[in-house]
Design a protein around this ligand. Sequence first.
Ligand code: SF4
Length: 426
Amino acid sequence: MTRTVEHVVCPTCGCLCDDLVVEVDGTRVTQARRACPNGRTFFKSYDPTPRLPRVHGREVEWNEAIAEAARMLTQARSPLIYGLSSTATEAQRCAVELADRLGAILDTTSSLCHGPAVLAMQSVGLPGCTLGEIRSNADLVIFWGCNPAVSHPRHFARYSLPPANRRSRVAVVVDVRPTATSDIADLFLQVEPGSDLEILTALRALVHARPLSARAIGGVPLANWEDLAGRMKSCRMGVVFAGVGLTMSQGRDLNLGELFSLVAELNDCTRFAAMPMRGHGNVAGADQVLTWQSGYPFAVNYGRGFPRYGPGEFSAVDVLAHGEADAALIIASDPLAHLPSSSAVHLREIPVVAIDPRESLTTRIAQVVLPTACYGLDAAGTYYRMDGVPIRLRPVISSARPTDEQALQQLLDSVVRVSAGAVPTC
Ligand code: SF4
């Protein structure tokens, strides 16, 4: 029998749209109304059928897999715990405790996407706001180095360019190439790759009415930047959504530091905010949990018994590329699909434990695979939206699968027992 569930949260991307209407037939979602194509795929492709864990490709009972995972991780000299952007804060909290107990290096996918934005926040602060404030008040919306039309398809309708307010706001896109987002913009500034820091520095000068002698900056005539600076100062409320085009290009955290400084200074004459366009559903929550638990947002090393922060040193990419991890626990992430090959090669050579509701390239090479429930589908949990607002996810179907939090808690208990010598380590 089909049943309808309303006010469902989509955990796929940082928008966390909470207005979905989901049709459930038995244990499968058959319709996810109001979801974008990315969200529909997430809901409709999930198969909650209980699966047995695997150890070295062999299906085993749950407790045997937990014991083997604990043995592998406790025997490692320098284990790496990585992922965490598509799991709930309850599981992230457990992962921090496990890292502390193992003396592990703990990193999240933040270090691959918006880590530079987090570094900039730490050095100059983030002049932020909520998406609700943007929906209600913004009349100038700038998308810089991001393409939400593809990555966050409902961002426009729900937050940044709602149809009811569309005619009263100006949409500006700054990017190195035309995109689906620039197609709907009122103003598109196509800039030269690697010129963001120079442009942002120039904009700061223009906002302070300092004269510039250059004819063009970043390949765009100075007059266009003077026009943008004027719009920024005279709007009622403005916002810049910063994408990985800023964090992953030349300048990286310096680009974001300059942007946040520009936005902070604009608040001398109007209301302005900046917001990193966070990708994975709960990558913002991972930053929050690691920060409140360890003091640092990502790339934390517990190897000396206390947390040490080292972006570029304790980031998963660097730890793996330098061959410094001798075992890995991957949680709700598929690093083999997105890590550079220099890091992926080492991940293939070390023992890997994967906790994930779905099969992936990483679960295929993992020595231990623990199939868990999926938050927002058959598990309840808390996610943080891209503006830092926590949202509670409810299950829409029931299944017998344990959650990531339960798997990590059992793994932690088993590690404690192995460390105490209560369980044989081989
Ligand atoms: S925009 Fe993001 S959160 Fe909203 S329905 Fe699409 S994938 Fe889900």
